[in-house]
Ligand binder design. Sequence first.
Ligand code: SF4
Ligand code: SF4
Length: 351
Amino acid sequence: MKKVTDSKKISKKNIAKLLDEWRQEFTVFVPWRDEAVAKWARWDGKDTSFLDWYRNTVVPPKAIFFPPMEEMFSFQKDREGYHLELPASDEPKQLIFGIRPCDAKALAVLNMTFSDAYEDPYYLAKRNGGVLVGLGCTNPYDSCFCTSLDSSPTDSANVDLMLTDIGDDFLVEAITDKGKALMAKTSLAEAVTRADEARAKDVKETTYAKVTKKIDTEGIKEKLLSGFDNKDLWEKIAAKCITCGICTFLCPTCYCFDINDELVKNQGERFRSWDSCAFPLYTKMPMENPRVEKWRRLRQKVCHKYVFYPMNFDVIACTGCGRCIRLCPVNWDITQTLDNLSAEAQVKMEK
Ligand code: SF4
Ligand code: SF4
């Protein structure tokens, strides 16, 4: 992504008009409450009340590019064999308004699997035409720890446009050429003053300081590897987990899926759906299941983020969004696990 920076401001009163302008070219997604669950939905052309209640969504924006369930193709069988038909791609240009920096970073992490490691046509058809309009956090959760992972609540590294709340207006930074082109088309943008820029700087510093949960990532891969075979420790760590899979389904960087066919007589559909390494059947093979025990599955979840992804892509696949802490029904906390393992590794090194 080519980086450019060009700041303007937009009045909060004009956000509906701005989204309406963008709706002429894009399918615009905004945070939405569906029976109190915050997720992403196509903007209805009116409601911008999310600007008041939105902290982060429960369902991460990966669901827009990698839906929980997605048709891969339909098929029909006749005397000549199978005939396949790909689903119509009707939404190649999607604009996500208000994505948080941690979730934009998560999409960059997903790209490493769905674009760099192999090219996933379903993901890329949506992702390549996507525009990310970031909205810096002003009220992070107690469970957020993005600042321990080379990011911040107002990090603009992975978005096209970055908005910072400066009171009655948003300061808008065009981060990429795509973002700059978007701003060039609107007449709603106004010039920023020095006072606006000073206010934005202040907001960024204040919000950074609000993220108080921390982890120590120094040597984390080595520490986890040194405790990898410590069954007793992992059993303790996994003891209260009920293997519901929420922490993986709703993790913005998890991408495992299962593939199934739905068949009625001679025709049907092949679809994929989110899967989770927390489930005992996930690794079931004809002769064995290498992760029958719960502790092995939980170890996989943690080590995939903090050991295997860094080995493959040189990046930790956890953004510190805190969802797996906030949403776990038994209050399992990945940061406590990392702390315990670090302490264990320290003891081991001192022996
Ligand atoms: S959300 Fe909690 S209980 Fe559910 S699988 Fe994850 S750690 Fe286990
Ligand atoms: S592991 Fe937890 S904190 Fe890290 S990205 Fe996934 S849901 Fe967020």
